[in-house]
Ligand binder design. Structure first.
Ligand SMILES: [Fe+2]
Length: 151
């Protein structure tokens, strides 16, 4: 069903608390979109899209900063995917279709594009995050030992 809600699972956690919190928030925003009904349709679509657009842009920027900080090797490709999603959303809202068609297209679009992106593309970061964390904690241990030796 198009309007069937999506549910968050901790299986989708990447390991970084800030990015994970933002992904949960995006799931909530998508759920709000999926529950748009025909009452005040124009207003509901406008409100939901504006929330999605501003939070998604904020999140993409934050996520790219995070990926840069852990030296994610596929960052440039990932930035292109974010750019494509932004463009797709922009195109979608400019289509000359009725509000009912737009509602359906948005519901399908957010599930197919945004949620798919989080579950498939963002999840690719996970092993790099753990590798980076492991390397970082080893460095901290070495430094601690050196300090102990120095004392
Ligand atoms: Fe992403």
């Amino acid at each position: 069903m198009i309007s069937e809600k999506i549910s968050w699972s901790d299986e989708y956690l990447l390991g970084d608390s800030l990015v994970d919190k933002q992904h949960r928030k995006l799931f909530d925003i998508v759920d709000n979109i999926l529950s748009i009904d025909d009452e005040n349709l124009k207003e509901s679509i406008k409100t939901c899209l504006s929330e999605l657009n501003s939070y998604m842009n904020y999140h993409f920027d934050e996520e790219e900063k995070y990926m840069f900080s852990i030296k994610y090797p596929l960052l440039d490709d990932h930035k292109m995917l974010h750019k494509q999603i932004r463009e797709d959303l922009y195109k979608l809202v400019r289509e000359k279709v009725s509000l009912h068609v737009l509602k359906t297209k948005i519901k399908i679009g957010v599930k197919k594009v945004l949620i798919k992106h989080i579950l498939e593309e963002d999840m690719k970061v996970q092993p790099f995050y753990f590798k980076y964390k492991e390397t970082f904690s080893k460095k901290v241990k070495v430094n601690t030992q050196e300090e102990i030796v120095e004392i």
